[in-house]
Design a binder for this molecule. Structure first.
Ligand SMILES: [Zn+2]
Ligand SMILES: [Zn+2]
Length: 153
């Protein structure tokens, strides 16, 4: 009866398992992820903005640990990941800070290109951060941010 004995060994483990998984702030609620998610991709063209947003969405956005070299002024002044130009250069040349093309900039740099953070801290950024989910955590994060800022001042 049991003539199929040889077939028993066929059940080997699956070779290609889905080890690749997207994780965003749903799994990693670190402050850094929050900051990346809330990041404003200013000074870049529509295409580059979409690329950056895509990277953020799929957690492929790696923040710079230290400033990168600007292709225009050759100073280490590029503070945004994947940008090739620093803000002042892109601002002056009116080009996309990422691809360097003279495209329409979706969100123009702040008028104070050296210090974009200070001016964006106001209501706009706050409302951007407010997604429908996890309101509590976002608020908490904001509080921390504000406090540390006040201390510096
Ligand atoms: Zn530059
Ligand atoms: Zn671009």
């Amino acid at each position: 009866m049991s003539s199929q004995k040889g077939n028993v060994t066929r059940s080997r483990p699956q070779k290609h398992q889905n080890t690749f998984s997207f994780k965003n702030d749903k799994f990693d609620k670190s402050v850094q992820t929050k900051k990346i998610n809330a990041k404003l991709h200013d000074g870049v063209c529509q295409h580059c903005k979409e690329v950056l947003e895509w990277r953020v969405k799929y957690s492929k956005y790696k923040p710079l640990s230290k400033p990168k070299k600007c292709v225009k002024c050759l100073q280490k002044t590029v503070k945004d990941s994947y940008h090739t130009m620093c803000r002042p250069c892109a601002y002056q040349l009116e080009v996309c800070a990422k691809c360097g093309k003279k495209e329409d900039i979706v969100i123009p740099f702040n008028k104070d290109p050296e210090n974009p953070e200070t001016n964006q801290r106001s209501s706009h950024r706050r409302s951007c951060e407010r997604n429908e989910e996890s309101d509590d955590d976002v608020d908490f994060d904001n509080d921390l941010d504000d406090k540390s800022d006040n201390q510096v001042d």
